[in-house]
Design a protein around this ligand. Structure first.
Ligand SMILES: Cc1cc2nc3c(=O)[nH]c(=O)nc-3n(C[C@H](O)[C@H](O)[C@H](O)COP(=O)(O)OP(=O)(O)OC[C@H]3O[C@@H](n4cnc5c(N)ncnc54)[C@H](O)[C@@H]3O)c2cc1C
Length: 404
């Protein structure tokens, strides 16, 4: 069976890519060994993601925004501080400039994308299926699936996440290191409204991010991504709810009042990886298969969604011109367009993580000086806000909310 592209991996990035291509009349076969019953179960992914406003415009353009409508919480203001020390950096867009992004629970994103991909006429979604043999050659790509089917396409796309076996088999070198951090993620309720503010509170042991969620039947709610020393991760997971909330309240200085009704917690080891190339013969990498960063700035998935918007534009235009979709010139265009953005965001995130991890009063004083200086410089703040919105660089059409 022949298709425009074979996508290995139907996670958040792979599924979005298939839908972006479908919106332009292009076909894909998406192969993923995961079982949807497990992947869509409420406890599978307790994270929430900040979808930058540019990524949100793409979800609108390909029809996912309408499904998610009203289920996210706008981020209207980001406040950064060095622990609870005085001095803070506020990113608050001018009235009328719109939100910086929207928080969605990952389970909602997964459900919306899965349902849309299942319904899309040009997406052939094959879950609980593995590619057991993949051959890329001058004439095209042929994959043999464990279902017995053989599929062919001019291009293979690896969206298999951070451990991408296709990237390894292709021999693409990857720079990687582990941070001495485990992220404890979950959500809880609090007495006072968060007023659509996201907080990044930096501690030497790791940043504490508090991200606004929509109120539910219990009351006001926020998600947390709490980075602790790697060795402390297991103990944090074992803490009883009351002790956990007391620790969280200490980190927050109590500004949202009493904390109650926590969700189940999950722990993720945090690392950095960056592929030296994101293309090879008839192959491209997207999402975490290409890059993975510390969740400190909530940009990991957004980088993957920017890969999607860029690759979709390159492929749609290539198809219109009647080009072979595996043409090296097309793949080069994708690599050049994405290379700088992913590298800059990865480098900035890594620097931030290290800068705020330096213990001691002097380091803290320097950071507070930097925070206060940036806070007084509107042009620099505007650049940071453009980054948070995903609006820097040459924007592919989908990120402007337009079809190609
Ligand atoms: C604690 C934490 C908080 C985060 N918060 C944010 C945030 O606020 N905002 C943000 O933008 N990002 C955030 N991120 C990053 C974000 O979660 C990832 O960047 C994103 O999930 C990557 O999506 P993906 O589809 O590339 O990979 P994955 O989600 O890993 O999906 C990969 C898919 O490929 C499948 N697969 C695996 N192997 C194969 C194979 N051999 N063949 C076929 N399929 C295969 C898997 O079953 C899976 O479905 C966070 C990350 C962490 C750890």
């Amino acid at each position: 069976m022949d298709t425009d592209v074979i996508i290995l991996g139907g996670g958040l990035v792979g599924a979005t890519l298939a839908l972006a291509l479908d919106a332009h009349g292009m076909t894909s076969i998406v192969v993923d060994p995961a079982d949807p019953a497990v992947m869509l179960a409420p406890g599978f992914d307790g994270r929430a993601s900040a979808i930058a406003s540019a990524s949100g415009r793409m979800l609108d353009a390909i029809g996912i925004g309408a499904t998610l409508g009203g289920q996210g919480c706008a981020i209207r203001h980001i406040r950064v501080s060095d622990g609870l020390a005085p001095g803070k950096l506020d990113f608050r867009p001018a009235d009328g400039d719109g939100a910086l992004g929207t928080m969605y629970e990952n389970k909602l994103l997964r459900r919306a994308l899965f349902d849309a991909a299942t319904a899309a006429t040009q997406v052939d979604l094959r879950m609980r299926t593995r590619a057991i043999d993949v051959v890329r050659g001058p004439a095209g790509v042929t994959a043999t699936l464990d279902s017995g089917a053989t599929i062919t396409a001019p291009l293979l796309i690896a969206a298999e996440g951070r451990h991408s076996p296709t990237r390894e088999t292709a021999g693409i070198p990857v720079a990687r290191w582990q941070y001495d951090h485990a992220a404890i993620v979950g959500a809880f309720h609090h007495e006072h409204s968060h007023e659509d503010v996201a907080y990044e509170i930096f501690y030497p042991a790791g940043p504490f991010a508090l991200l606004p969620l929509p109120d539910d039947e219990i009351g006001h709610r926020s998600a947390i991504v709490w980075s602790v020393k790697g060795a402390d991760g297991p103990a944090m997971m074992k803490l009883g709810d009351r002790a956990f909330l007391a620790e969280a309240s200490k980190r927050m200085g109590g500004f949202l009042g009493e904390l109650t009704a926590p969700s189940p917690r999950a722990s993720y080891p945090l690392g950095f990886h960056h592929a030296a190339r994101i293309t090879a013969e008839r192959l491209v990498l997207v999402g975490d298969a290409a890059h993975g960063i510390h969740p400190i700035a909530g940009q990991g998935l957004n980088l993957g969604l920017r890969d999607v918007a860029t690759l979709a534009e390159v492929l749609v235009e290539g198809k219109r011109l009647g080009l072979d979709l595996g043409d090296p010139a097309l793949l080069d265009r994708y690599q050049r367009w994405r290379g700088l953005d992913t590298f800059m965001v990865a480098a900035a995130t890594d620097t931030l993580t290290r800068l705020f991890g330096i213990p001691g009063k002097t380091a803290s004083a320097v950071r507070r000086f930097g925070i206060a200086a940036v806070d007084r410089l509107p042009p620099l703040k505007d650049r940071f806000m453009a980054e948070a919105r995903g609006e820097s660089g040459t924007l592919p059409k989908l990120l402007q909310g337009l079809l190609v």
